[in-house]
Design a protein around this ligand. Sequence first.
Ligand code: F6R
Length: 250
Amino acid sequence: MRIYKAKDYKDLSRKAANIISAQVILKPNSVLGLATGSSPIGTYAQLIEWYNKGDLDFKDIKTVNLDEYRGLGIESNQSYVYFMHHNFFNSINIKACNINIPNGLNPDAKAECERYDEVIKSLGGIDMQLLGIGRNGHIGFNEPGSDFEKNTHCVDLTQSTIEANKRFFNSIDEVPKQAYTMGIKSIMQARKILLIASGDDKADAIYNSFFGPVTPQVPASVLQLHQDVILVADDKALAKVPKELLERYL
Ligand code: F6R
């Protein structure tokens, strides 16, 4: 693992966008695994800025998103498909046929999960997977206790994730209770992983995930077993990692 320490969210976003840019430039037909949430918004904004300057080209890039709420589609402004178009895809030259997101509107969970695994396989796997991290160490919608051996599956969201996500909805009752998510196994099969974390509410998750025991109780801790992980985190998110320990990874 390598850690890139950022001053703040803006600096983190620029550093993460630099790493993704390098991937896009070195392999213009890369398969990028993407995430939603508040963490990557600045990264996407930075990539858009460089695209507008003519420094990046997404015409052969393919994407696979981590997850989607079950029951929501693009017409819902809380869906992840809406988020991705609004925050990234509408502003770059990616081809619509190269965008892949679990279809929250497919009522057949088994069929949707199998379809999505097949999509990832047919693309030849993920070159670089961007991840945020939940306060409880979740990645994608893989909550504490998740089986490390799962590919795409349908999950019941925990109360803490429903609570954390309610800020995006009019009321807690509107927050979907299930989601389709790539599993830990799908994430671990990505050739490179880039995890971004900002703010003091992520400090425990970062410490436990990267410096604690590898356990399903902290899903992101599995990343310690991946051979090519980059963590870009700001000072606040790294606050619980002792300085001597941190310096070994910088
Ligand atoms: C998003 C996702 C989630 C988020 C995590 C952190 O696609 O899979 O695991 O990355 O909940 O969310 P933020 O960035 O909003 O703190």
